[in-house]
Ligand binder design. Structure first.
Ligand code: ARG
Length: 336
């Protein structure tokens, strides 16, 4: 397991000053979320890069003296910022950066969503989590055409199927230590599962780090097609479900790194001729982050890197995908 934050203090460590602790330590949201819950993961894991999770929408208001500076630092989004959304595929203009399929193995865009009027995952009771699952599964069951599929509850899935889905990047990994310490793995695997369509180009994770992780993916580098499918699926789901959203912070998520668009647009790209440092430098210049082949906190296997937008708040969905497109073009220009 690689250290996600070598040599650095977490944003929590930087911003949880004695004064902030004193001002917030006795506060509690209507759903019973306290400061100690918000900081639990970062305290248990000093190697965290961020270290905080919100238990509900109100956490972002009540604990703002701690969370706002962390949000500002990660997203470059100040307290006066206002998030706007643009999911219109007609605005995208990001032609396939690798039409011959020489470098880009696959493209995946996901957004996180949580249901309005429930606590977020860290504060859900077992019963509420089951209600969330039932509500989401009912909505998914009515999707039609290429978005129609089946829901597979985790507790029914045999070990080999689970391992295969994880290895092929379709399913979340289990036992993340940061989520564990945040209380997000309570009652595991109860009320967790995955929905996917026939050819696994549209998938929804239920009750992992967020209540929904909505994913559009496919082999190759057709960003426009992947984005268009995601936007269409989101439109369908918005007609069936009401998602937690704030005027200022956009879509609400348990981890502040995912606020706003809650979107991570990524490609898996094979770059055998470029040193990792160079890849990270080019990606960084384009506002992108580099992860290993198996996502966050993993290493690159066979020179395949996961490259994605870092910022999710204060940027539109269209801009996030354009940023990815420009960065991938720059990487491929160096790779050949
Ligand atoms: N809590 C972990 C940390 O602070 C992960 C943060 C970002 N990743 C995530 N999946 N939310 O290092």
């Amino acid at each position: 397991m690689t250290n996600p934050n070598p040599g650095g203090a977490s944003l929590l460590a930087k911003h949880l000053t004695p004064a902030v602790w004193e001002a917030l330590k006795d506060k509690e949201t209507r759903y019973g979320v306290r400061l100690i819950d918000v900081v639990a993961s970062g305290l248990a894991h000093p190697e965290s890069s961020i270290g905080v999770y919100a238990g509900d929408e109100e956490s972002y208001e009540l604990f703002a003296p701690l969370l706002d500076p962390i949000i500002a630092k990660y997203h470059g989004f100040g307290p006066d910022g206002r998030h706007t959304s643009d999911l219109d595929p007609a605005h995208l203009d990001a032609p396939n950066p690798d039409p011959e399929g020489r470098y880009v193995v696959s493209t995946r865009i996901r957004v996180a969503r949580n249901l309005c009027c429930f606590p977020l995952g860290p504060a859900l009771t077992r019963r509420e989590r089951r209600i969330v699952e039932a509500t989401v599964v009912r909505a998914l069951a009515s999707l039609e055409g290429d978005l129609s599929g089946r829901y597979y509850p985790l507790y029914e899935m045999d070990h080999a199927t689970k391992e295969r889905l994880i290895a092929n990047h379709f399913l979340f990994k289990e036992g993340d230590r940061f989520l564990e310490a945040a209380g997000l793995n309570r009652d595991w695997p109860d009320a967790r599962g995955i929905f996917h369509n026939e050819n696994k180009t549209f998938l929804v994770w239920v009750n992992e780090e967020d209540q929904l992780r909505i994913i559009s993916m496919q082999p190759g580098a057709d960003l426009e097609e992947v984005f268009a499918r995601l936007a269409r699926a989101l439109g369908e789901l918005e007609r069936r479900l009401t998602f937690a959203r704030s005027e200022r912070l956009g879509y609400l998520t348990s981890c502040p790194t995912n606020l706003g668009t809650a979107m991570r647009a990524s490609v898996h790209v094979r770059l055998p001729r470029l040193p990792e440092e160079k890849i990270k430098a080019i990606a960084g210049d384009h506002g992108l982050q580099v992860r290993g082949t198996h996502g966050e906190h993993s290493d690159a296997e066979g020179d395949v890197y996961d490259v994605s937008n870092k910022r999710r708040l204060g940027i539109t969905e269209v801009e996030a995908v354009r940023q990815l497109s420009a960065g991938v073009r720059a990487l491929l220009a160096e790779a050949s």
